[in-house]
Ligand binder design. Structure first.
Ligand SMILES: Cc1ncc(COP(=O)(O)O)c(C=O)c1O
Length: 450
C-alpha cells in the first residue's frame, strides 16, 4: 500500500512550479527512487509492481544487471562521439545487428535517432525521397510521437493539435481496423476487412492520388488505441495493395516491438516484410535511442545531412542496446511474454465473467488492453477505468489507462509469475470494489489520465 507519500508530495509540489504541463499525462503523484526487474520504489520507500514498463520502454525490466554493466563499462571507455562524423565500436556493431534482426531477407540499412518520434520523422523523409511522392497515409487513433512530423502522423488527441497547427502537409488519416467495436466484432474477417478498406478506397477515389502516395505508416498492433491487433487479412490486403501501387509499407515497432507481443516484432504475427520499420523505447531498455531500419535502396535515397543528430547513436545507448538484445534472446523474453500472457488472459477472462463492466479484452502476450464500459450503454467508461487503476496504484500496482477507458497491461517481460499473480489479484480486488460501489469519484483528483 502506498499510504505514505509525504516525500513524493513535497517533491512533486516543488517540481510543478518549474516543469511544463505539456510534458506529463498526470496519473500518480509519486517520485521514483529506484527500480529492479518489475518492481519500482518511490522516495518514501513504497514498492509497486510495474504493469506499465515505462510505457513499454523497459521490456528487460528495470536496471537489468547485464544492461547496467554494459552502460557502466561503456561510460568508462567513451561517453560520446557523434557517429555523424566518426564511427565508434558499439554503433558499428548495433547497426549490423539491427539490419540483420529486421524481418525479411532483403538487405537493410539503419540510421539512428534519439526518440521514437524522430524515427517516425525519418519515415516521412525517406519515403518521400525514395518514391518521389508527397503523400503519406496513417491511421486514426495512432500515436507516432511528438515532433512535428510524428505528431502529424498521429491522430489520437486534440492535445497534440490545438494551438500548434498547421502541421506537416500531405498526411491523411484513415480509420484503424479496430474490430473491437460493437457491430464490427461480430462480422466475419472478410466483412471486417471490407468495412475498413472502404474509406481507403474512397480516399484514393476522391482526394488522394494513389500514384502520388509514398507510404502507409502503421502499427501492426495499435498500442495507444488500446493494444488492438488488426486482422491478419487486413494487413495482407493493404500490403498487396501497396506493392501493386508502388507505395511503401512502413511500420512503427516503437511500442510493440522487442518481444512485447510474444514475438520479436509485432509484424511477425502477420508474415509481412515491411519496407521500413522504426524502433525505439525498449531498444536500449529506455536509454535514448531509436532507429529507422529499411530496405537498403530506400535508405540510400538520402545523403547527409538529411537525417543526422549529434547525440543519435550515442556509445552508451548503443552498448545498452546490444546488451538489451542479448537479454531478450538469452532470457527468451518473447516466448516468456507469450506464455505469461496466456495466464494473464485467462485471469482477465475470469474477471469478465464476474464484472459486467469489462468489455473487450484485446492483445496477447504481456500486452493487453481491457476495456471498461458502462454495462448499460456499452459505451467506454473512463471514470470507472480511472478508479480501478487509481485504486490499484494505492494498493501497490502501477497501471494506467489508455484510449479513454482501456486498462493498459504492459509489464516488463521479466516480471515473475508471483509478481504477476499478485498484480492481477489486486486488479481483481479493485474491480470488486468498483462493483460494490466502494470507489467514489473523490478517488480521482484534478485532471487525470489521457
Ligand atoms: C507507437 C509509438 N511510436 C512512437 C512513439 C514516440 O516515441 P518517443 O516518445 O520515444 O518519441 C511512441 C511513444 O509512445 C509510440 O508508442
Amino acid at each position: 500500500m502506498s499510504e505514505n507519500i509525504e516525500n513524493s508530495k513535497k517533491m512533486v509540489e516543488r517540481e510543478l512550479q518549474f516543469y511544463s504541463k505539456s510534458s506529463r499525462v498526470s496519473y500518480y503523484d509519486i517520485v521514483l527512487d529506484r527500480g529492479e526487474g518489475a518492481l519500482l520504489y518511490d522516495v518514501d520507500g513504497n514498492e509497486y509492481i510495474d504493469l506499465l514498463a515505462s510505457a513499454s520502454a523497459t521490456n528487460t525490466g528495470h536496471c537489468h544487471p547485464k544492461v547496467v554493466k554494459a552502460i557502466q563499462e561503456q561510460a568508462d571507455m567513451l561517453v560520446h562521439y557523434t557517429p555523424a562524423y566518426i564511427w565508434h565500436t558499439p554503433e558499428v556493431e548495433l547497426a549490423e545487428k539491427l539490419a540483420k534482426l529486421a524481418p525479411g531477407d532483403s538487405p537493410k540499412k539503419v540510421a539512428f535517432g534519439n526518440s521514437g518520434s524522430d524515427a517516425n520523422d525519418a519515415v516521412i523523409k525517406f519515403a518521400r525521397a525514395y518514391t518521389g511522392r508527397p503523400y503519406i497515409i496513417s491511421f486514426i487513433g495512432s500515436y507516432h510521437g511528438s515532433t512535428y512530423g510524428s505528431m502529424s502522423l498521429s491522430a489520437i488527441s486534440l492535445g497534440m493539435r490545438r494551438k500548434m497547427g498547421p502541421l506537416l502537409p500531405g498526411i491523411y488519416h484513415v480509420p484503424y481496423p479496430n474490430i473491437y467495436q460493437e457491430g464490427i466484432y461480430e462480422m466475419s474477417e472478410e466483412e471486417q476487412v471490407e468495412h475498413f478498406f472502404k474509406p481507403i478506397e474512397e480516399m484514393f477515389k476522391y482526394y488522394v492520388p494513389v500514384k502520388e502516395t509514398a507510404a502507409f505508416v502503421l502499427e501492426p498492433i495499435a498500442g495507444d488505441l488500446g493494444i488492438v491487433p488488426a486482422p491478419k487479412l487486413f494487413w495482407k490486403k493493404l500490403h498487396e495493395f501497396c506493392q501493386e501501387h508502388g507505395i511503401l509499407f512502413a511500420i512503427d515497432e516503437v511500442n510493440q516491438g522487442l518481444g512485447r507481443t510474444g514475438k520479436m516484432w509485432s509484424i511477425d504475427h502477420y508474415d509481412i516484410e515491411p519496407d521500413i520499420m522504426v524502433v525505439g523505447k525498449s531498444i536500449a531498455s529506455g536509454m535514448p535511442l531509436s532507429a529507422i531500419i529499411a530496405k537498403a535502396e530506400i535508405m540510400d535515397s538520402l545523403s547527409a545531412p538529411a537525417h543526422l543528430f549529434t547525440t543519435a547513436g550515442n556509445p552508451i545507448c548503443c552498448a545498452a542496446s546490444l546488451a538489451t538484445l542479448e537479454v531478450i534472446e538469452e532470457e527468451h523474453l518473447a516466448e516468456r511474454s507469450e506464455k505469461l500472457g496466456k495466464n494473464a488472459r485467462e485471469r482477465f477472462e475470469a474477471m469478465k465473467e464476474k464484472y459486467n463492466f469489462i468489455g473487450f479484452i484485446h492483445g496477447a502476450g504481456l500486452n493487453m488492453g481491457v476495456t471498461i464500459i458502462d454495462p448499460e450503454t456499452k459505451q467506454k467508461d473512463q471514470m470507472s477505468a480511472l478508479k480501478i487503476v487509481t485504486r490499484a496504484f494505492q494498493k501497490g500496482v502501477c497501471v494506467i489507462t489508455i484510449a479513454e477507458s482501456v486498462i493498459r497491461f504492459q509489464p516488463p517481460l521479466v516480471i515473475t509469475e508471483e509478481q504477476l499473480d499478485k498484480a492481477l489479484n489486486v486488479l481483481d480486488e479493485c474491480m470488486q470494489e468498483l462493483l460494490d460501489g466502494k470507489l467514489s469519484d473523490d478517488l480521482i483528483s484534478g485532471e487525470r489520465g489521457w
